[in-house]
Design a binder for this molecule. Structure first.
Ligand code: HEM
Length: 404
């Protein structure tokens, strides 16, 4: 029996087991989620978790590689034969390659997939951009090839794992005893020699954090550059006699996503109003809504809305609504038609509302329901309304002051 060999540092042991368990979970979780039928409850959440944990593995791998460079691992037992040592090094090298290639191909696939054209928000909190400059790969063939590589690498990882476990067990229980113990946490590994003092935690984990901040930081910078902050004004060819009080007014939307209710609001809009309660049918109302500043109840939805398949805010920064055919139905209630133009598509919806006028102050509240597929919303990732409900309810509250 040879002398007990030196242990790995506790940071190396922690990184090893956290990443190993995460990768195994990702492989079985990845198979499970991609076998679910489209729109299965929770599938959307599983995809977001898969992407979040996968990016976490990538960042931990950055830390792990830097840690390893600064804290070389204990050498293999001297009595291990040369061939076994080479095989062991090759398997470890293969794992490092996979720890980078698996997340990178996953990230690339989710950036170019036509079917899964959905933003990534890590753990529902941090926006993670798509891989830049890969527009050219957004074809069925190229994205299919990336998906193929991503899924086959999982099998390579399992094959390497089999070799790795066999090697670890052999060298734990055979003549060169104790190889596995060096990588076991705490009590389990007690019999091996203590690790040499380690260094570089700040550099290793600081670099991983730096990568997170730089890549995730690119999203808000890009949206500021695209001009999300410009206030819109409703241009009207008619004389306006009411001015909207924006602080007391809102346009909110609501629907169902993956079985859960969601809601949101357009924060940047303006309305031009010409309205006489004695002649409602002569009224003119034009509303201009910025599609850029829509805020939803979850960050994932807020990030999704400006994307090409939803509002396509880069090409269509505003949507317009005209309120037509206003008719009184008694007791401060009215019927009307809301004509919405979004992405060059125009649809009409019933827009009943209540209106109370007190002196020069008016309070209005109304609701319309739009069918999102008719507006070409979400038609590449969810054409059959499997995840996002077909009906989107829009609630409008307006407080206005009469100006003349
Ligand atoms: C170590 C990290 C990762 C592992 C082990 C892993 C593993 C897997 C596996 C086994 C599948 C199922 C493939 C199949 O259908 O046969 C899968 C699918 C997928 N992965 Fe990963 N993955 C990792 C990281 C990532 C990352 C970082 C992302 C994106 C940011 C990602 C995005 C995806 C997507 C979108 C699918 C679904 C493919 C589909 O349904 O068509 N993966 N992954």
């Amino acid at each position: 029996m040879s002398a007990p060999s030196e242990r790995y540092s506790s940071v190396a042991i922690t990184l090893h087991w956290v990443i190993a368990i995460a990768i195994l979970g990702m492989i079985f979780g990845g198979w499970y989620m991609s076998d679910l039928p489209d729109g299965a409850p929770g599938q959307y959440f599983l995809y977001q978790m898969h992407k979040s944990v996968g990016i976490t593995i990538l960042l931990l791998t950055v830390a792990r590689i830097i840690w390893r460079a600064m804290n070389p691992p204990p050498s293999l037992p001297e009595d291990m034969n040369g061939l076994e040592k080479t095989a062991s090094h090759l398997v470890h090298l293969g794992f490092y390659g996979l720890m980078i290639a698996l997340p990178l191909t996953g990230w690339l696939y989710s950036s170019v997939s036509i079917k899964l054209d959905v933003p990534t928000v890590l753990y529902g909190v941090v926006s993670w951009p798509d891989v830049p400059f890969v527009e050219g790969l957004k074809t069925e063939t190229a994205s299919g090839a990336v998906n193929f590589i991503h899924s086959k690498l999982a099998w390579v990882a399992l094959a390497l794992l089999a070799l790795h476990v066999a090697g670890a067990l052999k060298h734990e229980f055979s003549a060169e005893e104790g190889v596995l113990k060096r990588m076991l946490p705490g009590l389990f590994g007690k019999t091996s020699k203590p690790a040499t003092p380690s260094r570089g935690a700040v550099t290793a984990f600081g670099s991983a954090l730096g990568v997170l901040l730089v890549v995730a930081g690119a999203s808000p910078v890009l949206s500021i550059l695209s001009g999300s902050g410009q206030a819109v004004t409703a241009d009207a060819a008619f004389a306006q006699n009411w001015t909207v009080n924006p602080d007391a007014s809102s346009i909110r939307f609501a629907g169902i996503h993956d079985g859960n209710a969601f809601s949101g609001a357009f924060s940047n809009w303006d309305a031009a109003i010409q309205f006489d309660p004695n002649a409602p049918n002569d009224a003119e109302v034009q509303v201009t809504v910025s599609t850029v500043g829509a805020q939803a109840s979850q960050k994932l939805y807020t990030d999704s809305l400006p994307a090409p398949e939803w509002f396509n805010s880069a090409a269509f920064p505003t949507a317009n609504v005209e309120i037509l055919n206003i008719a009184s139905s008694g007791d401060d209630t009215y019927t009307s038609t809301a004509r919405l133009t979004l992405k060059d598509i125009t649809v009409d919806a019933d827009f009943p509302f209540t209106l109370q006028i007190d002196g020069d102050q008016a309070q209005m509240s109304g609701q319309a329901v739009f069918q999102r597929t008719a507006l070409d919303l979400g038609q590449s990732s969810d054409p059959n309304a499997a995840w996002v409900s077909e009906d989107i309810t829009v609630d409008v509250v307006v407080e206005a002051t009469q100006s003349n």
